[in-house]
Every structure is written in C-alpha cells, then in structure tokens.
Design a protein around this ligand. Structure first.
Ligand SMILES: C[S@@+](CC[C@H](N)C(=O)[O-])C[C@H]1O[C@@H](n2cnc3c(N)ncnc32)[C@H](O)[C@@H]1O
Length: 357
C-alpha cells in the first residue's frame, strides 16, 4: 500500500527536499569546518576588501588541481549566509567578489569575539563520532552515547586526552569572550558582592573579564585540578582545583556558567544545595548566578530554538545533561531549597538567571 496516496506530487517532492536537506545537514557543517580549517574568514579579512575567487585561491596555497573546487564551497556558504557576493568591474571585466557576513566575522582568529576555537573544538572527532551512536545507545545500558563510543565519561576522556582538553578549554574561553559585549550592562548583577566563586569556571575567561572591570570583587575559579593546574593567580582572581560535588568555598555569590546544562537533574540539585550552603554567609542577600540556555519555543525565533535544541541533544550525546525550559529550572531551584529567581535573556542564546535563598 502506498502511504502517500492522496498527497499531490508537488507536496511529496517538497517533503523529499526537506528530508534530503536534513539528511545532508552534515555536508553544510563540513563546508563550514573546511572554511575554518582553510582560514578563509581571515584571508578575506586580511585582504581588506571583497575578494575574487582567483585571489582567494592564490592566498589559500592549496593543490593547484583543487583550485576550481573552491567556488563550490563558497557557493554553498554564501547560500547558508556565511559569505555574501557582489559584482565589481575590474580591467573592463565584471567579476564576482566575496565578502564576510556577521557570522563569518565571528570566525576571524585572534579577534576578541572570535568563535573560531569553539567551532574547531565542536568538530573534534570525539564529539562527531559519539553522536553516531545516538540511535544504538537507546538499546544499551550505557550512561551516554559518548560512553558507547569511547567506554568512559566525557570528563574522564578530557582528563586523559591532553590535545582535546586544550581544544575544549580554548573553545570555552572563546565562548566567554562574547561576554565582553554585554559585561558593561551586567555590572549591577555583581554590585554589592565582595566575593564570588565561579564553579566550573574553566580557565577563568569570565573571571578575567569581570575581575578586571570590578577590582574590589574577589573572584575564585573552582574547576577540576587538571583544568586549573599552573594557572596564575592575580590580585583579585584565584584558581582552586577541586570537585563541586564535594565542596564549594564560601562566598557572597556563586556563578555557574554553562555548567548545569551538562548535568542530570539529580546532580544539579546536589550542586545547587552545595551552592546554597556556600552563600549562607551572606544570608538572604547571597545569590547563585546561572548563565545557561532556557528553551522558550513560544517566544524565540526559529533559528534560536533550533540552536538550543541542537545543544540539548549534544548534552544527551556527550554528558548526562539537558537544556531546560523555565519550569524545569524552577523545579531544580525549589528542590534545592531556593525561594525565588529572575531570568534575564541577555546573552543571545543564553540567559542570566539569578537565584535567591
Ligand atoms: C562547559 S564547561 C564551562 C566552563 C566555563 N564556565 C565557561 O563557560 O567558559 C564546564 C566546566 O565544568 C567543569 N567541571 C566538570 N565537572 C566538574 C566538577 N565535578 N567540579 C568542578 N568543575 C567541574 C569542567 O572542567 C568545565 O570547565
């Protein structure tokens, strides 16, 4: 029996196109990866003006036999919104030139808001390969598809794999660099605080940005020992190696940026209870500051929802975490003994959540 009887050919061809589009999503991802690998955003940026394909090819220093394939990658990435084209007249000849868009400008290396290290790390085989086990994982007893692929947790893999550990930490630093854009608007969040512990604070990228802006605030980064080893303390920024499930130093406030989304509800409640103990010195004025995704399918635009849902499944593939809707966050806060919270969506994909005892 043909299940599609009664549907017009046009509708079915549209459905086929939709299906193939999703099937080949990874081809688009790989073109983006190639552009980063080849350094195309930097080449266009350094060129100082829109670039022709021959100029791009000459700067790429690739095998001459591959020269006439470059425009194909560029054509797809123009279609995907990473580059734009326009026409110029040069030596009486009309030529197509390629320029950056806001998305590819974020890939220019060494820029303060460069996300190139983030994109590079997210394409690491450990992440791409483990996602291939998603379907199979549902039939296994493994904790995550990452366990199915590598026989250990993501955190253990990081601690045993120096190269990936460095890439991952660089990715987190680059992601935090975006905070520079809005940190001036966030000063009120840190006002009245003398001390803060940045739990799972990585290499202290946010700590460096905020502690420089607020010299009277004592900022402590708590992260796993292999992450914070050999990091230099400064006047008001210090690094402590430890485990947030065991103990969190006391402070006026605790920051958890992109930490709770990587853990199950049970683990989040354990950490949040430890946070509540840690801020008890400040009484009712203490707070936990969370920077993380809040899924909001009703109010967010289609692309934002898509990015958040991708993150959610990534958290399912590599760790025990999830991205949460507001009511799911609320449940965690109440279960951990907090009384109220305030959500401010100021970091694009991420929101700022202040949680009070
Ligand atoms: C997704 S990263 C976020 C890093 C940083 N907050 C940022 O936004 O750039 C999660 C961090 O949690 C740390 N982490 C994981 N398990 C931990 C634990 N048990 N105790 C302390 N930190 C932990 C990881 O090492 C990692 O640096």
């Amino acid at each position: 029996m043909d299940m599609n009887q009664g549907h017009g050919a046009e509708e079915l061809f549209q459905a086929q196109s939709h299906l193939y589009n999703y099937t080949y999503n990874y081809i688009g991802s790989m073109c983006l990866k190639s552009a980063v690998h080849l350094g195309i955003p930097n080449i266009i940026h350094n060129h100082g003006k829109p670039i022709t394909i021959p100029q791009l090819v000459s700067a790429l220093k690739i095998q001459p036999t591959k020269s006439n394939h470059v425009y194909r990658i560029m054509r797809l990435l123009v279609h995907a919104g990473f580059f734009t084209t326009s026409k110029i007249v040069q030596d009486d000849k009309e030529e197509v030139v390629y320029d950056l868009t806001p998305s590819s400008r974020l890939l220019i290396k060494d820029n303060i808001t460069s996300l190139s290290p983030f994109v590079k790390a997210m394409f690491h085989p450990a992440l791409v390969h483990s996602s291939e086990f998603l379907g199979e994982w549902f039939h296994t007893n493994e904790v995550t598809p990452f366990h199915t692929a590598y026989g250990m947790s993501y955190w253990d893999y990081l601690s045993q794999n120096q190269e990936f550990n460095s890439l991952f930490n660089e990715a987190m630093i680059s992601d935090s660099g975006m905070m520079n854009l809005v940190i001036k608007d966030c000063k009120s969040v840190f006002e009245g605080l003398n001390s803060l512990v940045d739990v799972g604070g990585g290499k202290g990228a946010v700590g460096k940005i905020v502690s420089e802006a607020l010299p009277n605030l004592q900022w402590t980064v708590l992260d796993l020992p292999h992450v914070v080893e050999n990091l230099q303390n400064t006047n008001n920024l210090k690094f402590v190696g430890g485990d947030m499930f065991q103990s969190i130093p006391s402070a006026d406030a605790i920051l958890l940026k992109l930490v709770l989304h990587a853990f199950s509800d049970e683990d989040c409640v354990k950490v949040l209870k430890k946070c509540r103990e840690a801020i008890s010195i400040k009484g009712k004025e203490g707070k936990v500051i969370i920077i993380d995704i809040v899924i909001n399918e009703k109010n967010d635009n289609h692309e934002l929802v898509q990015s958040k849902l991708y993150f959610d499944v990534l958290m399912m593939v590599v760790v025990t975490g999830r991205e949460r809707e507001e009511h799911e966050w609320e449940k965690l806060f109440l279960e951990s003994g907090f009384s109220h919270y305030k959500i401010t969506p100021i970091f694009g994909m991420r929101s700022l959540i202040e949680v009070y005892p």
